[in-house]
Each structure stands twice: as structure tokens, then as C-alpha cells.
Design a protein around this ligand. Structure first.
Ligand SMILES: NC(=O)c1ccc[n+]([C@@H]2O[C@H](COP(=O)([O-])OP(=O)(O)OC[C@H]3O[C@@H](n4cnc5c(N)ncnc54)[C@H](OP(=O)(O)O)[C@@H]3O)[C@@H](O)[C@H]2O)c1
Length: 286
């Protein structure tokens, strides 16, 4: 990884700022038909070859029939894991026995979810666990204390190294920080959706990693229109690369986890770390 710099996640886990999101490995769409597992494993191995040492996953990242799971691919492709690899996962979404996925606020669901991640990844301790509290947006005004205390207890027991939060606002972050240290926050944030600037600033002030999910707009935002395309043309880069370079420039605490099931896209995304946006580029993208 050429000029991409690193960030000390949780104060003791150095990660390259371009990591990898595993959601796209197992299924087409969010939880659709299975993707080819051999391709998924090849993407993971190539990611590590290119310097990725931060992978974001979850037990719910799987094909609709459950035959291919992100955690299973990570374990098959990468275990025994390199010492510097940080695997982040999240709990909160819950799987019905029939495969339906729902968000749950039930604190009793958290320990089984941690155990499922440990077993699926073949680990005795999880590096980073996000409490994912909203579906895609923060549940403003809702306390997260009871659930976060459960995770803090499991951290005390040694099952979790660092804690994070996903789909939260600044009030949630402050509430959690009163219970246990928060190492990272993961919210939807990208060139086409920037309404978490206040939360990003709070993370930057406190040295907390900010991990924007859907860094490429989740494949649902047309990145080709407007300023991204003009800046991409100037850099002879793709709009996807400029979207990632913009996130890297947004703050020194942003950690990227672009998702892909394609080696070609992976290589393109990681190469975005070498793009330096000028002040004029950033003004145009503002
Ligand atoms: N906390 C949460 O609630 C939450 C929610 C959603 C996601 N996440 C995490 O965030 C990660 C990133 O989100 P995401 O994967 O959904 O969205 P994303 O990274 O914004 O975009 C992924 C989409 O863009 C395509 N893509 C990737 N690189 C490309 C390239 N260079 N050129 C053209 N297309 C490209 C992918 O298709 P191909 O596979 O064909 O490349 C896929 O359709 C996930 O993997 C997951 O770990 C967290």
C-alpha cells in the first residue's frame, strides 16, 4: 500500500487506512444468491497481499441460503491469521432460525452473537466489536447503555479487545464513552451523504476511528455525475477512487472499508490510497 497512511485503532492496533468490507463477498446484493466462494477467498488473500490489515465483517453477511458466509470465507482464506490483522465485526442484527435478519435491542441476544462470531471466525478474542444500534440510521433519543454494558462486561472477560458503535449519533457516543472506551464508530457516510460531519468531528477530537460504511455509496449512488467525475478525469482515476480519496482527505481518523467481490475492483480501490487531492479538487468536491 503506497502512500496510504496508518491509524492506531483503539490506541494499540495499527491499521492501514484502506481496509476491506466483507459484506459483498458472500452474496449478490445484501443477502442474495451465493457468490463464488473461491473468488471471495481470492479477494481476501489479494487484499492482504496489498497491505489490507483491517477487515469488517458480521455474521449476517451471508448468502440467503446460508451456504456462503463472510466469516467462513475469512477463516478459510486467512486463518491462521497474521498477528497484525484486525477483524472487526458487529452485533445487534439478529438472525431468525428461518434466516430472516432483524435488528434487536435485546441485551440477551448479544452474548450468543459474540459466541457465533468467535466460532465462525475461529478466534478466542474478537479485535473490534461494534454495537450496531440502528438499521441504517441512528435511533435518536434511544439509550444504548444496557446493551453497551453487556459488551463492556464481555470485554472485561477477555472475549473482546475493543468496542465500537454503529449507526449512532453524538449522544450515543457520549453515553457509551461513560461506560467503556469506544475505539471506532461506523456510520453511513460518503461523498453523496455527508450529514454526520458533527459525529466525525467528535471522533477526530477524541482519536476515535470513523469508519464510513457505503464508502462507495453502497453501489446505489451514481458517482459518475458532477464533481467526482471532473476530478476523476483530471487524475485519470475512476470516480470510485476519487470517492475514496475524498474520504481519506476528510479527516485523519477515517478508515475505509470498501466492499467488493472482485479482485479488479479491490486493486482499484486500494490504489486510491496513492491519490492526493489538491485544495482545488477538495473545493470542487465540497
Ligand atoms: N454498519 C452497518 O450497518 C453496515 C451497513 C452496510 C455495510 N457495512 C459495511 O461496510 C462495507 C462497505 O459497504 P458496501 O460494501 O455495502 O458498499 P460500498 O463499499 O460503498 O460499495 C460496494 C459496491 O460497489 C461496488 N464496487 C466496489 N468497488 C468498485 C469499483 N472499484 N468500481 C466499481 N464498483 C465497485 C461493489 O460491487 P462489486 O462487488 O461488483 O465490486 C458493490 O456493489 C460492507 O462491506 C460492510 O462491511 C456496514
Amino acid at each position: 500500500m503506497t502512500t496510504t497512511n496508518t491509524f492506531l485503532l483503539g490506541g494499540d492496533m495499527p491499521v492501514n487506512r484502506i481496509g476491506f468490507g466483507a459484506m459483498r463477498l458472500s452474496a449478490t446484493g445484501f443477502t442474495g444468491p451465493a457468490r463464488d466462494p473461491e473468488t471471495g477467498k481470492a479477494v481476501l488473500r489479494r487484499a492482504l497481499e496489498l497491505g489490507v490489515n483491517h477487515i469488517d465483517t458480521a455474521t449476517i453477511y451471508r448468502s440467503h441460503d446460508g451456504t456462503v458466509t463472510a466469516n467462513g470465507l475469512i477463516r478459510d482464506a486467512l486463518a491462521p491469521y497474521p498477528d497484525d490483522l484486525v477483524i472487526a465485526t458487529k452485533v445487534g442484527p439478529w438472525e431468525h432460525p428461518d434466516g430472516r435478519i432483524e435488528q434487536t435491542d435485546d441485551p440477551a441476544a448479544l452474548r450468543p452473537a459474540i459466541e457465533a462470531n468467535l466460532a465462525g471466525l475461529g478466534l478466542e478474542r474478537l479485535d473490534l466489536v461494534y454495537l450496531r444500534v440502528g438499521q441504517m440510521e441512528p435511533p435518536h433519543g434511544q439509550s444504548i447503555a444496557v446493551q453497551f454494558e453487556v459488551l463492556a462486561q464481555m470485554r472485561e472477560e477477555g472475549l473482546i479487545r475493543h468496542l465500537g458503535l454503529s449507526n449512532v449519533d453524538t449522544d450515543h457516543l457520549a453515553e457509551a464513552q461513560r461506560i467503556a472506551p469506544v475505539a471506532a464508530v461506523q456510520n453511513q457516510f460518503h461523498a453523496g451523504k455527508r450529514d454526520d460531519a458533527e459525529l466525525l468531528a467528535a471522533c477526530q477530537d477524541q482519536g476515535i476511528g470513523f469508519v464510513p460504511f457505503f464508502p462507495l455509496g453502497g453501489g446505489m449512488t451514481d458517482l459518475r455525475a458532477g464533481a467526482l467525475q471532473r476530478v476523476a478525469d483530471r487524475h485519470e482515476a475512476s470516480v470510485h477512487q476519487i470517492a475514496l480519496a475524498w474520504l481519506l482527505a476528510a479527516s485523519p481518523v477515517t478508515l475505509l472499508i470498501p466492499g467488493t467481490g472482485s479482485v479488479e475492483h479491490l486493486e482499484e480501490n486500494i490504489a486510491a490510497g496513492a491519490i492526493v487531492l489538491s485544495d482545488d479538487d477538495l473545493a470542487e468536491l465540497a
